[in-house]
Design a protein around this ligand. Sequence first.
Ligand code: AKB
Length: 319
Amino acid sequence: MQKEKILITGSGGQLGTALRKALIDKYGKDVVIATDLVPKSDEFGNIDVLDATDQKGLDKIVEEQNVTQIYHLAAILSANGEANPVRTWDINLKSWLNVLEAARKYNVGRVFFPSSIAVFGTTANKVGTSQTEYLDPLTVYGISKASGEQWGNYYFSKYGVDVRSLRYPGVIGHESLPGGGTTDYAVEIYHKAINNEAYTCYLSESTSLPMIFMPDAIRATLELMDAPKEKIKTRTSYNINGLSFTPKEIVDSIRKWYPNFSIQYSPDFRQEIAESWPSSINDSQAQQDWNWSAHYQLDDISNEMITELLKKQDLLRQA
Ligand code: AKB
């Protein structure tokens, strides 16, 4: 059996930080090549610098290290992407085409593409949005993800590259802060709560969005990548559901730990993006094909977020 060698791009980001740890726990440190656009480090040491828009640099690693799996996490998210649409398209799409080309040329076994609920736009049904809804994304991030899904499907059907993909909801985790998404509020709010600070939310209190807790998001990723090839019927991207809640509901949950937690609402441009997205997701295809189901509900998430962030704060104080 061929020895696994796993390349992660965007390893220093919110999802990348947690995924690197999960892949190291599963396969061992020497198997995982963590890369990011800029020099970064984490608990496992330095992350190698790789600009995934540079085909030659990417090919060199994939060829020389006999890479067998690629998790392509490098991307600019929905809110930040609007500041520079052309650059966002380049980073998100050019890098993905490079990954697909490298996978094709060097026979990489499996490739993972993170898509997003941002592929849906104003036309899609908002409640229980299905896998096959019409895609008319509002943001350049959403456009790049919707196109990326099609490119993944194309490389699968035309060249047999084993591309697998999930449409992540907003991801909540304590490992690191997210950078530039519309769902970031659901992480920032816990950082404010544990510091006994008030939070000003950039979405209105009743905006319901699909979310997922990091352990569920990581488990979904690994379960999809481990599923037998014949079980993967969708080569664009799978809807996955975690849970849906509004800013008001997360505040109600946080107040079970911090009864005096204070919130103000001051919606900005991200409100329009959020309103173009589903409020809840139908993931029956993922349930059917590879047995997906989420475990975490809102109070479980609050409990773990608050506990883990307090632990981290204590360690920093002691250092
Ligand atoms: C974002 O808000 O841009 C991301 C996403 C839902 O893809 N978290």
